[in-house]
Structures are given as structure tokens and as C-alpha cells.
Write a protein that binds this ligand. Sequence first.
Ligand code: ADP
Length: 247
Amino acid sequence: MAESVIDVIDLKRIYRTDHVETHALAGVDLTVRRGEYVAVTGPSGCGKSTLMAILGLLDDSSAGQYRLAGQDVANLRERDRASFRNRHIGFVFQAFNLIGDLTVAENVGLPLIYRGGIGKAARDERVAAILSEIGIVHRAQHYPAQLSGGQQQRVAIARALVTEPDIILADEPTGNLDSRSGEAVMELLEDLNTRKGATILMVTHDLHFARRARRVVRLSDGQVVDEGFGEAVVALHPEDDDRTGAV
Ligand code: ADP
């Protein structure tokens, strides 16, 4: 069995306000192995965003264990977080999060600059290779605003991949796209997984896409309630899909 990239045991996240305690994650166990493509789904408010923020080292858990790429990161010091994130995680967000006054090539090269230790020539070469792999090399000198949403998300995926991370965390990657562009982005992610062995954990409430992941983890009230092969889990819970208007 492949080694695990993400190993989470009894993860909890409690939000406290003056009068209310919300148990957004109430003891999540989750393992993602190298080469897997896992979708996290579940109704609105079940804890998907909270889980992704903690897995992405953007937020702290209240309790539980988290090992990322074999290292205990639950108690990582603040200053070690950014570099750990940069080395091990590629992010793809719903809103693309590209920098508007940088070109496509500059956006994609940015994580390599943050990482350091790579000269400009090697960086340019790596960026060109990844843009060509993603099929967007002809847009290298364009600015994000000159691209369609689908193209911007492809650039964001290139940026996530450029550092060859252990895992790609994709949070509703098709949420801002029309169905055709969303389909193309999903095909790209699937292709990166099957052809290049990229490990992907994706949050989606779009069951059409969730069912195509090889494994689906379903959250409800901050806990994993179902886990299995895509279609088997998704078919049980059509109410998760916001498009049905049932949530
Ligand atoms: P999902 O992404 O599945 O919609 P979230 O992770 O955003 O779910 O939210 C899980 C629960 O935690 C919800 O009940 C939500 O209201 C609560 N929550 C999320 N963020 C905060 C916060 N910053 N402060 C207080 N409660 C929060």
C-alpha cells in the first residue's frame, strides 16, 4: 500500500464566540495515500472548509493528530508553517487567487521564488514546462484578467503543481466556473492524477464531480459518516448537491 501523505486522527476544531461553542470538526479520522484522488463532500456547514484550512496549515486544530508527509504538523511553529506549506502543499481555490498585476508565467513562478534556491533560468524552464503540460503556454505573457475563468483556474493549477507538492488541496475548484469550464478543469485534475500520479484532495458539493473521484469521504456535523468509492457514497446522498436546491 502506498505511503500516506495525510494522516489525521480524531481532529477537532471548536469555534468559540461569547455564548456559543461550535464543534465544526468533532473528531475526524482521515488518511490520504500517495497517488489517491479523494473528494470530500457533505451538506453546507458540515465542516469542509474548516477541514481544508487545517489540512492546508492555514488554521489550527483544537485537538487531534495531523501528520503531513510523515511529519507531525499539529504543533508546527508559526514560522515553520509557511515553508512547510510551500514545500508540501499546492492550493487550488474556488476564486483562483491569481495576482492581477503579474503575468501568467510570473504567477506560476511565484512559489518557486518563495521557496528559493532556484535560479531564474531554471525557474523559467520549469514554468514553461508546466504551462505547456497544462495546455496554456500560449497565454504565458497574458494577465489573469485577459483569461476566461477556466483558463485562470488552469493557471492556478499550474501554480499549485510547479513546486511538485506532495498533495494538491482543491477547495471547490469548479465553484466559480460554468459547467463546460468546470468539466475541463475536472478533466485536467483527473488526468494529473491518473497520468502523473498527483495526489489530490478536493472539496466539492457538486456531486457530479464528487462521484468521479476514486474515493469519496462524506462529512456530516463535523464527522466522517461515509467513506467509499465515488458512486456508492454519492448515490446515497443526493441532498448534498446544492444544485438540487435541497440543502
Ligand atoms: P462547510 O465548508 O462544510 O460549509 P464550514 O467548515 O464552513 O462548513 O463550517 C462548519 C461549522 O463551523 C458551521 O456550523 C459554521 O457555522 C461554523 N464556523 C465556520 N467558521 C466559523 C468561525 N470563524 N466562527 C464560528 N463558527 C464558524
